[in-house]
Design a protein around this ligand. Structure first.
Ligand code: SF4
Length: 473
């Protein structure tokens, strides 16, 4: 095994073993790394231990060793080595010198330290020993403004090694279990390119909506695999006992046949189509701050920030929408809700300023603009051969590629960095991300309207076709 296992790979190993399996098989450095949050974890260490004069080892093994020889406190220390034949290169957030020993600091954003934090701590202790450093097994786990010290035993490393062996020895990839990290996954295409035979043998939990309890329930009816689920006749008992069995059967069919199922013809799914429409997406932290619109190839954005009057900013958004006179497409109901709230806020404000007529005009223009939720259309009318129906998932399936590796959470970090530093590169990253969300929404909408323009298989079902797939008894 020549692949070097680092912090990210351990994260993937415990978040989606399937991704880790692909990583081990892959020849290229294909893994996409999410580093955005790491800076915040390090900042947290510096904020918490304000009085320490750190030496930043910058994840460099030579600097780590040199600084350790000087017995200084180390930020970003890294060690590498081979344990049980596995090459490892691991960093922790800091090492604090305490009575002849170093103590590991791991900063985490999750509520509690997770399995992978224990694995990293335990393995880092072993690597430190190999590199001649004595490290305490009392680990400082730091979360925002609180810390706790926990004793770590070798079982963290054992858990890593057992999981590693289990995944390495597999003859086929483990089932898909990623969610948020699917957005970053460099193996997305591989993950979704099963052949049909493979898919029917997968456990029922491989498809959207089926968790452990539902798998157990299905098992009691002799349904273990997706093939079983498709073949099971829909008896009255099954229909009564397993809520959503109809959806599960259609979802399984779509997944196994790698074919999208349209319950209504495309031309009936989107109404009032005029011109090309405008694609709209909002980025939000505690409240919405960025409103992006894509019309043809022109991307326009509005910011809601503290630098200008809130009213004038909302007014600018509403005036823009008023002028559009085309369908406004978005993904999920959030965008619609926010615009509604903002237009009500503006109306109230203008009423207070005794300009009620203007407020009513804006509100009317907002309600005159057809807002079309692409996600709602899909959920109600289409089954796709995918585990997740997020914009990222469906657009990636259709071949769309984001130009920047952000997601909802890391975009918030990027926004906060922009607010804190004023550095434009953070805003530029957000705009790129937001524009691509609008572009992705357009691709999905185009697919719904004209699925035959895409190479992905689809069938338009009538009622009898649906009954045949369900195998109604
Ligand atoms: S796409 Fe998602 S489920 Fe598939 S391997 Fe990657 S992280 Fe795992």
């Amino acid at each position: 095994m020549d692949r070097v296992i680092g912090n990210n790979e351990i994260y993937y190993m415990f978040t989606c073993p399937r991704m880790f399996y692909f990583f081990l098989q892959d020849e290229t450095e294909n893994i996409v790394v999410e580093n955005a949050l790491e800076n915040d974890r390090i900042s947290n260490v510096k904020d918490y231990f304000k009085n320490i004069s750190w030496v930043d080892a910058k994840k460099n093994i030579e600097i780590t060793k040199r600084t350790a020889n000087n017995e200084a406190d180390i930020l970003n220390p890294l060690f590498e080595g081979v344990i049980n034949g596995v090459k490892l290169r691991l960093a922790v957030h800091a090492l604090i010198r305490k009575k002849e020993k170093y103590q590991i600091v791991i900063s985490h954003l999750s509520r509690r330290p997770s399995k992978r934090h224990h694995v990293i701590a335990s393995t880092f202790i072993l690597l430190s020993r190999q590199n001649g450093l004595t490290v305490s097994d009392n680990i400082i786990f730091l979360r925002k403004k609180s810390m706790k010290i926990q004793k770590i035993k070798d079982d963290g490393y054992q858990l890593f090694f057992e999981t590693f062996q289990e995944i390495t020895n597999r003859k086929s990839p483990p089932p898909a279990s990623g969610t948020r990290i699917c957005n970053f996954c460099g193996f997305w295409e591989k993950c979704h390119s099963f052949n049909v035979d493979d898919r029917s043998k997968l456990p029922v939990s491989s498809i959207r909506g089926i968790g452990t309890n539902m798998s157990t329930m299905m098992k009691s009816y002799g349904i273990d695999t997706l093939g079983d689920l498709i073949d099971a006749p829909l008896t009255g008992e099954l229909d009564e006992k397993i809520k959503n069995i109809r959806r599960y059967k259609l979802q399984a069919f779509s997944f196994v046949k790698d074919t999208a199922l349209f319950l209504n013809p495309p031309e009936k799914l989107i109404k009032n189509e005029q011109n090309n429409g405008v694609y709209f997406d909002i980025e939000a932290d505690d409240s919405p701050y960025l409103f992006g619109f894509l019309q043809n190839n022109d991307y326009k954005y509005f910011l809601l920030d503290d630098n200008n009057s809130r009213n004038s900013q909302i007014e600018a958004i509403m005036k823009y929408i008023e002028r559009l006179q085309v369908n406004l497409y978005h993904y999920c109901e959030y965008e619609n809700r926010v615009l509604r709230e903002l237009s009500n806020e503006l109306k109230q404000q203008l009423k207070n300023e005794k300009k009620a007529d203007l407020g009513t005009k804006f509100l009317r223009s907002f309600y005159d603009t057809p807002m079309i939720d692409i996600y709602e259309i899909i959920i109600k009318n289409i089954f796709t051969p995918l585990r997740h129906y997020s914009l990222k998932s469906i657009a990636k399936w259709l071949g769309f590629k984001w130009r920047i590796g952000l997601d909802g959470r890391s975009s918030i970090q990027e926004y906060r960095r922009w607010l804190n530093t004023g550095n434009k590169k953070h805003l530029e990253a957000l705009l790129l991300y937001n524009e691509d969300d609008c572009r992705a929404t357009r691709i999905v909408k185009e697919w719904i309207s004209n699925p035959s323009d895409f190479e992905h298989k689809f069938i338009i079902l009538n009622r009898r076709d649906v009954d045949d797939i369900l195998k109604i008894k």
